[in-house]
Design a protein around this ligand. Structure first.
Ligand SMILES: [Zn+2]
Length: 287
């Protein structure tokens, strides 16, 4: 089903809304997500999945990040369990194949963020890192200073040359901020989650110099008789073939095609966003 030369990455999660699943021809990589509330995910299952699917890389298991008001006792327990997951994964006779992306947690606590990096991130098996930031997803005004501090505590002890990833539906403003903090790789769940809200986005012309973008919600009745393109200068299939009025009709009659067309636009725009970021970074590297 997937192109032969695409990268296969295994990520296990029981939370569909947090991870999402994105498969598009434009993607250079894929997340295989196993989802079941009833399924007991353990190290043996992860090793078996990675080896069976011959995946290029996989995320290690992390005990889920804790809410802000969690006790130190609970944080210590979670931290210890994450270390045990790693020991069970790598210190066994059966070898797990593929490159390991180490999942780093620690909740809102700077000490436990750093501790997680030191305890597991310095292992020789680490090909890269993914950092848990789910607590900040969906917040209208995330505390950027707090996220910056968490990322510094996480990455300070680690070697600088290894890929750094995060997952979650981050908007263009947040992506720009996270790139500035050293994150290299994101998933594309923002494009899907926005489509599920019947919305599409368009970057400002000066992105990423400015981090602004426009959101359009096609539930709005004002688009009913609007026969213009959804976004005039967008070259995606949706914008080239459909009008705002037709999208408004599809959304309000709950047609499946609505979310398909919105995902196509949002995915195209999210991809364009990373092209713009890469171009801006290469210019700054040259100077
Ligand atoms: Zn478009």
């Amino acid at each position: 089903m997937l192109p032969d030369n695409s990268l296969a990455v295994v990520v296990l999660s029981v939370e569909l809304e947090l991870v999402g699943m994105n498969l598009t021809p434009q993607s250079s990589g894929y997340f295989l997500v196993v989802l079941s509330k009833e399924l007991q995910i353990d190290v043996r299952m992860l090793r078996s999945l990675v080896n069976s699917f011959e995946c290029d890389s996989f995320e290690t298991l992390v005990d889920y990040d804790m809410p802000r008001d969690v006790t130190f006792k609970k944080l210590a327990k979670v931290s210890d369990r994450t270390v045990v997951f790693c020991q069970q994964l790598f210190d066994q006779d059966e070898v797990v194949k593929g490159s390991a992306i180490f999942a780093l947690g620690g909740g809102f606590n700077a000490f436990y963020r750093r501790k997680c990096s030191v305890d597991i991130g310095l292992r020789k098996e680490a090909a890269g890192y993914t950092v848990e930031l789910h607590a900040f997803v969906g917040s209208e005004e995330p505390n950027l200073d707090e996220i910056k501090k968490i990322l510094e505590e996480t990455f300070d002890p680690l070697p600088p040359g290894k890929v750094r990833c995060t997952s979650g539906p981050f908007d263009p403003k947040m992506v720009k901020f996270l790139v500035e903090q050293g994150l290299d790789l994101f998933d594309s769940s923002y494009a899907v989650s926005l489509a599920e809200k019947n919305s599409a986005f368009r970057l400002a012309d000066d992105y990423p110099a400015s981090s602004s973008f426009v959101l359009t919600n096609f539930e709005d009745e004002k688009y009913a008789d609007d026969f213009t393109k959804p976004f005039e200068d967008c070259s995606c299939y949706t914008c080239q073939n459909y009008t705002k009025g037709y999208l408004q009709h599809l959304v309000n009659t709950k047609e499946l095609l609505a979310s398909i067309l919105l995902v196509i636009h949002n995915m195209t725009e999210y991809d364009r966003m990373f092209q713009l970021i890469r171009a801006a970074l290469s210019i700054s590297d040259d100077q």
